[in-house]
Structure formats: structure tokens, C-alpha cells
Design a protein. Sequence first.
Length: 176
Amino acid sequence: GLLDTPTKGQYYFNGTEVSSFREKQRTTLRKGNIGFVFQSFNLIDELNVFENVEFPLLLLDYTTSERNKMVMDALEWVGITDKAKSKPPQLSGGECQRVAIARAMVKKPSLVLADEPTANLDAANSHNILKTMETLNRELKTTFLFATHDDKVISYLRRKIYLVDGRVDKVENIKH
């Protein structure tokens, strides 16, 4: 997620070598191109759902009307438009997870890093979210990188990368 500087080697993001980028360059690249789905939601309790999803857009150059449309589109993708005015403490765990996913996807990033993105969702909502991510991957070319043990998520993958002690141990392409 461009939060750490590599200790050795080269790192490319969208064809640009970024391992030597300074913090300000990494921040600029991250805020426009990477979405994060945290396992613990990381929603701001004082903000409503709409404002939580809008938050990453405030760092970018969008007009109010553009932000409003983008937020409502993202809430629609995850099936939670009816909760736009609710605050996180009023939501179930699954609803909070859907808000977190909408926030990660609202700017249509080229990469979404997701730590157990469906851990707090029931089977139906998990599949709806994964199908949405699959559609965004296909239509917007967004890459989703999951850290997961969830078989529901694994069934949607095209490739598994196994890490052992921080190094790639095995890469497995999956045919569907």
C-alpha cells in the first residue's frame, strides 16, 4: 500500500518504479490509486455512512456534485443506500463492513487491498460483494488483493500467492 519503503529490490506500481519514492510521492500515489478494506472497519463513529464513504474523496479534486454521485454509486454497489444517514454505531457488523468496502471502492482505484473483506458478512452478502468486486475488476480494471482464509473469497480468485516469512513461496493460477 506504499506505506513502507522496501529494504531491497524494486517495486513497480502501474508500470512506475516506486521503491525510491519519498513519502510525499507515495502519499500522492496512494490517495488517488489505492483503496483499503481493513478487517476492523476503521469507520469514524462521528460521521454518518455517507460521510465515511466520502472521506477519501475530500483529499482529491472532485466537486460536491461529483462526490455525491460517487458516494451514492458506491453505496449502491454494496446495497446500503438506505443507511446513508446512519452512523456506524447504529449498524450491524456486516453493514459496517459494506461501508468499509464502499469507502475503499468509491474513487474507483486501480488497486484495492482487502484484509478479510467478507469476514463479518453472511453468505448472501459475501457473494454480492465479491460479485461487485469481480464486476469492478472486469469493467474498471481494478485489481483486488485479498489477505484471506475465507473459502467464499478463495472461490472467486484467479490467482493465489502464498507467502512464507514475507517471501513469495508459490503462485497458483486458478481456472474457473
